[in-house]
Design a protein around this ligand. Sequence first.
Ligand SMILES: Cc1ncc(COP(=O)(O)O)c(C=O)c1O
Length: 399
Amino acid sequence: MAFDVAAVRERYPALADGYAYLDGAAGTQTPVGVIDAITAAYRSGIGNVGGAFPASHRSDAIVAGARRAIADLVGGVPDGVILGANMTTITYRVADALAATWQPGDEIVVSRLDHDANVRPWLQVAARAGVTVRWAEVDLPAGELPVEQYKALVSERTRLVAVTAASNVLGTRPDVASIAALAHEVGALTYVDGVHATPHMPVDVAELGADFYTTSAYKWSGPHIGAVIADPALLSTLSPMKLASSPDSVPERFETGTAPLADLAGVVAAVDHLAGLDSSATGSRRERVLASMAAAEAHEQDLFAVLLGGLAGLPGVTRYGYPARRTATAYFRVSGMTPREVATALAEHKVNVWDGHNYAWELTGVLGVRDTGGAVRAGLVHYNDRSDVDRLLAALAAL
Ligand SMILES: Cc1ncc(COP(=O)(O)O)c(C=O)c1O
């Protein structure tokens, strides 16, 4: 394994501004390869897809390349990759199509750990379809989502289990494979939110048991694009609302309007960037992605141990969640200050952190912080280094 954080950081022009970017969970910075790929797409001339001339053929190739890249990043096949504006938009669309197959009296299971984008769409379509919603609860203060409860939550009536692969505030990584196994035993589908998980670990949708898996490229150094990955055979059983004139093929029937073609060229470059994080990795892009994401995870976890150790030594800091398996994402408050005051003070020390509920609406509600400014989130991604962590800890100590 050869992970060189200094070399990685050189690829990110934005990091030269001297700030510690600990806001990656809200959106990452962009490496020069991605910026160049987007520029090159525009420079080369791009037409709309499906035409008879070379610029249109280039666009066809870009779209196909983006589907291949995302399948290499998380597993699955390119024809099962739905591309869209962001995870939330595609999730609403898939939820609408799935709910059309439900009957009154059916049930779904959502979790209190999830980002609202994997909760609210399900509640809203369930209400419309007369479907009962069951809740998986978070074990507070551990910040875990116990698997055991799913045995009582799922039944022959369950049609869908929606669960996150990682919490975007606590970092908790639930045992999704075991939850999915319980869902599949009763014939339910799983909708796994991989938006926070994907940048932090090797992902295999089949190993997770995810019938649907979501990801957003802007969380892993790419442009503002979302994707949902599923088996094309499953997608072909669903009928999302669409124009009469747009393709009925899968996955195209789930996609609306004209795609952001140049940005999709950036998606390919972002996956190539991730595949190269371990410079000693060899083999197919999928193999290099898996090796590189394992290297990135190890790097993040090493730094995170320093960050957590530092937070534990600061008397005014209260952390939320102590999950056993987690991404390098910490959520905390500082006594006597609102989270916004903390974030503002940290910004003066050139440290970027997020404050608020971060759309973890249900979780921050049960944590009791949602209505009082949430908390501060500091997260690490592969381009963060020791100086970022040290700057955060020094700035917090100086508050
Ligand atoms: C865990 C998680 N799920 C879903 C989303 C929503 O993603 P998008 O902005 O692509 O709609 C986010 C965004 O922050 C997230 O962190």
